[in-house]
Design a protein around this ligand. Structure first.
Ligand code: ZN
Length: 93
């Protein structure tokens, strides 16, 4: 209904780990059962798109409620996409 909701369409985002290692670039893949969430099983990090104001309020290391209810932590903010911004996060444990 609202077209202000950021969409997760488009290419899968680059894995945060691979992004910083030019010889290990790889993309994340959609997470089964969780629409709009990507994962990198190799590095156990996840990504989703948040509205710019929500993403902009986050910093690396901030607590982040994960898609499965666990307490996660922000890894970093990624590219802008579809009216929102990619946020990388991982399980804190
Ligand atoms: Zn990775």
């Amino acid at each position: 209904m609202s077209d202000a909701t950021p969409q997760s369409s488009g290419p899968n985002p680059l894995c945060e780990i691979g992004r910083t290692h030019p010889r290990d670039k790889h993309r994340m893949k959609p997470l089964d059962g969780h629409s709009g969430i990507w994962e990198c099983p190799r590095h156990e990090i996840f990504a989703r798109i948040l509205p710019p104001d929500e993403a902009g309020a986050l910093d690396r290391g901030d607590a982040f409620a994960m898609h499965d209810g666990r307490e996660g932590v922000v890894v970093r903010l990624g590219d802008e996409r579809g009216g929102g911004q990619v946020v990388y996060y991982r399980f804190e444990g």
